[in-house]
Write a protein that binds this ligand. Structure first.
Ligand code: FAD
Length: 530
């Protein structure tokens, strides 16, 4: 079967009872065969794009690519893979924005879930339906490959929007729900996986199930944060809220780390007080680079509004921390927003001369990173290797992390932004597959670096990868029990360690929902069983 796929670099149609002999009968070079109605592309450009991801660190070319037009297409292909005498792998690929080949496979089929709509690559042929908004019930049903930017556009037409976001919206719903989906709203609403009512999932046996808190609960909780291991999300029902119209977006600076984290922790503690005034988004980042504050994630500190670190901290070259907060509002309440923000800022301990404020439409705030993407693309700085490191660090050790990493082995060139913000563990459903540190509050620390070949060692892939290893070694040596977000390991022992107490359950779910281990093998957790 695999050999046949490799030979047929054309269009092949595969049936329910995909059997090597069926395909061999095709003669290897025919354009299409009507066996069951699932059309696989072996077009070189499809294979090429499924071979790569945002990380640009690994490459694996699949044997074929499926552009499904429905959940039934997905189910037919998976069933064929599952029932075939020699199992082949199937990897859902959303927008391919993984770092380490998580959506790749080199001995099977990539199911290209995203690929049409405003945000996706255009393609011919039928596509799954657009998002369907249920205004009264305040939720939206979306195809698993839908990009969040398109979900936002659809829901805004009804004056509604999802509650929990990622910083960047050109990611697929299935892709972020397979991890968690976090941003500055997570302290209040939880990650995206805490804002899902229901899913349709094609399991590794090729069966389609609807699952939720009430129905097929094991599958529901397993798939959320499940790294694509138990099934392919074909539909997600996502919770909505009335969409704000505008955002007051504020950045303030700190030179003292404990004041910075103290304020962040205070702000996220307000989530438990429904009537309290609070910010809607709490993030932050670390500034160790010398010179202009330079954050590719937005043009907030623009050339019109330049900030010299030296002018803030007296030129001592130390590390600065930037708290980033927003308050959403409706135009009808615009007259009170100034007072509300002022009252909240009064309780914080930032450097008083360092308040930077802007005001913009809600959609522009949510889509802020895309602007930076376009800028980087125009300079050829987007399609470069990305040795990212994303860690969840327990609150009790974040000061040690600061000393050892931000003020320690990081140096003064970081090759990209470093995000740091806390979240409340009680907003994370422990029944999901995702693992977080064992404390009520933990931080995301995200080193979002780009490796550049510009002659200086400190920007090279090797240098940055080494630095990542040093950071992990430091955490190990110092006994800081970090958990990786968007994890990447190469051995099952490392995965067992990552999941800790949850490994038994994770393994059991795998045996139940994907017994031949054919799904999302790019995660390198399980080996295909013949
Ligand atoms: P892919 O890379 O295509 O797939 C990722 C994994 O999910 C693969 O294992 C794949 O098999 C599986 N998968 C894909 N679709 C499905 C499906 N329908 N059903 C089941 N499994 C599926 N993450 C955050 O949480 N917050 C952020 O703010 C954030 N910002 C980012 C900014 C950028 C510029 C980038 C590149 C990434 C960012 N991420 C962020 C990480 C991102 O959420 C993950 O990498 C996510 O997996 C990317 O989605 P994707 O659609 O590209 O997934």
């Amino acid at each position: 079967l695999l050999l046949t796929f490799a030979i047929c670099r054309l269009i092949v149609t595969v049936g329910l009872t995909l059997d090597p002999t069926d395909l061999l009968r095709l003669g290897g070079a025919t354009a299409a065969v009507a066996v069951g109605g699932v059309q696989l592309s072996v077009d070189q450009s499809d294979l090429e794009s499924a071979s790569m991801d945002f990380g640009m660190l690994t490459r694996a070319e699949p044997l074929a690519v499926l552009h499904p037009s429905s959940a039934a297409d997905v189910a037919r292909l998976v069933k064929a893979a599952y029932t075939s005498a020699q199992a082949f792998t199937v990897s859902a690929r959303g927008h391919g924005h993984s770092i380490n080949g998580q959506a790749q496979t080199n001995n099977g089929v990539v199911i290209q879930m995203s690929g049409s709509g405003a945000g996706g690559r255009k393609r011919v042929g039928a596509r799954p339906g657009p998002p369907r908004v249920f205004e009264k019930e305040m939720f939206v049903d979306v195809w698993g490959g839908e990009l969040w930017i398109d979900v936002l556009k659809s829901t805004l037409e009804h004056g509604l929007a999802p509650k929990s976001w990622t910083d960047y919206l050109y990611l697929s719903v299935g892709g972020t729900l397979s991890n968690a989906g976090i941003s500055g709203q997570a302290f209040n609403h939880g990650p995206q996986i805490s804002n899902v009512h229901e899913l349709d999932v094609v399991t590794g046996k090729g069966e389609i199930f609807t699952c939720s808190e009430e129905e097929n609960t094991e599958l529901f909780h397993g798939v959320l944060g499940g790294l694509g291991q138990f099934g392919i999300i074909t539909r997600a029902r996502i919770s909505l809220e009335p969409a704000p119209q505008r955002v007051r977006w504020i950045r303030v600076l700190y030179s003292n780390f404990s004041s910075f984290t103290g304020d962040q922790e205070y702000l996220i503690s307000l989530h438990g007080q429904p009537d309290a005034q609070k910010f809607d988004y709490v993030e932050g980042f670390v500034i160790v680079d010398e010179g202009l504050i330079n954050n590719w994630r937005s043009s907030f500190f623009s050339p019109r509004n330049p900030v010299k670190i030296s002018s803030i901290n007296g030129g001592n070259g130390g590390v600065l921390y930037c708290l980033e907060i927003t308050k959403n509002y409706h135009e009808s309440t615009a007259d009170t927003i100034d007072q509300e923000v002022e009252a909240l800022l009064k309780k914080l301990n930032f450097i008083q001369t360092s308040v930077f404020t802007t005001d913009l439409p809600y959609v522009d705030f949510l889509d802020r990173v895309h602007k930076a993407e376009l800028k980087l693309r125009s300079k050829g700085l987007w399609d470069v290797p990305h040795p990212w490191l994303n860690l969840f660090v327990p609150k009790s050790r974040i000061a040690d992390f600061d000393k050892g990493v931000f003020k320690g082995n990081l140096g003064n060139k970081t090759s990209g932004p470093i995000l740091i913000y806390p979240m409340n563990k009680n907003k994370w459903d422990q029944r999901s597959s995702v693992v977080t540190p064992d404390e009520d509050v933990f931080y995301l620390v995200a080193l979002l670096r780009s490796a550049l070949d510009i002659g200086e060692d400190i920007h090279s892939l090797e240098y940055l990868s080494n630095q990542n290893r040093q950071i992990l070694r430091f955490c190990d040596d110092a006994g800081i029990k970090v958990k990786h977000y968007l994890p990447h390991y190469t051995t099952q022992e490392e995965w067992m360690d990552h999941f800790g107490d949850k490994w038994g359950q994770f393994h059991q779910r795998k045996m139940e929902f994907d017994p031949r281990h054919i799904m999302a093998t790019g995660q390198r957790i399980f080996k295909v069983s013949s």
